[in-house]
Write a protein that binds this ligand. Structure first.
Ligand SMILES: [Zn+2]
Ligand SMILES: [Zn+2]
Length: 256
């Protein structure tokens, strides 16, 4: 399957000297720093690393096709999770969410996964493991949640919005089950022309989603009674969920 090529030279040249007032209250500004081909098991992509003026982290975009000047580009926001994404941890479903997004976009003509380097929702690996440890030693998930530092996502959306602007994406369709996220990105100047439900195929590792219900306090209890903290900004729908379970997820997403 052929796919378009990004105007790499132009993007790098423009970004070399890019400066702007920034996005949002924190005046977040990002620049494209490097671009390379990234063939993957999910399809052929470009990977693009960004510099930013705020957190010293190299956020990345995994880009399918030529998205510059494109409309209605499918986009997924993913927060880094070393334990899930790379190690296959079953304490969360981050890897399934990431693979589902890459598989879907890898079969499309164009699309973008923004890979935001905010392990444990921005608190870092050490604190995330601390929160896991609290749970292992019998602390409840409220305390563990506090240790995980659930925080406002505003800056993350500012970074994401500017990354899409740097790629010259004109409008997007966001892969999410959470309508509130559409408003947040829109506030930072991204034109959103639609929502693509984020639906994962069932497998042994996300089975707990199918056998449990979403809890108002923001975590899921699996059928062994073990709590799982949500690490991604919004939850996937797993094929096979009942309507009631889907509604519970959506209600939680709206209320969070
Ligand atoms: Zn800027
Ligand atoms: Zn995770």
């Amino acid at each position: 399957m052929s796919y378009g090529h990004l105007p790499i030279k132009e993007l790098l040249e423009e970004n070399r000297l890019h400066e702007c007032d920034g996005v949002g209250e924190d005046h977040v500004c990002v620049r494209i720093a490097s671009i390379a081909d990234l063939p993957t098991r999910f399809g052929d992509f470009h990977i693009i690393a960004f510099w930013n003026n705020r957190d010293g982290k190299d956020h990345a975009a995994i880009v399918r096709g030529d998205v510059t000047g494109a409309h209605d580009v499918p986009v997924r926001l993913h927060s880094e999770c070393l334990t899930g994404d790379a190690l296959g941890s079953l304490r969360c479903d981050c890897r399934d969410q990431l693979e589902t997004a890459l598989t879907a976009i890898g079969q499309m003509e164009k699309g973008v996964v923004l890979y935001l380097r905010q392990e444990g929702r921005g608190i870092g690996l050490t604190n995330k493991i601390r929160a896991y440890g609290l749970q292992d030693y019998g602390y409840d998930t409220v305390e563990a949640n506090e240790a995980l530092g659930f925080r406002d996502d505003e800056r993350d959306y500012a970074v994401a919005a500017h990354m899409l602007m740097s790629l010259k994406v004109k409008s997007i369709r966001l892969m999410t089950n959470n309508p509130r996220k559409l408003n947040d990105l829109t506030r930072y100047g991204i034109q959103i022309n639609g929502r693509i439900p984020h639906i994962m195929p069932p497998n042994p590792y996300n089975e707990f989603y199918l056998r449990t219900k979403a809890e108002k306090s923001g975590h899921l209890i699996d059928f062994k009674g073990k709590a799982h903290l949500p690490e991604q900004i919004d939850r996937p729908i797993v094929q096979g969920m009942t309507d009631e379970q889907v509604r519970a997820l959506e209600e939680h997403s709206n209320g969070s």
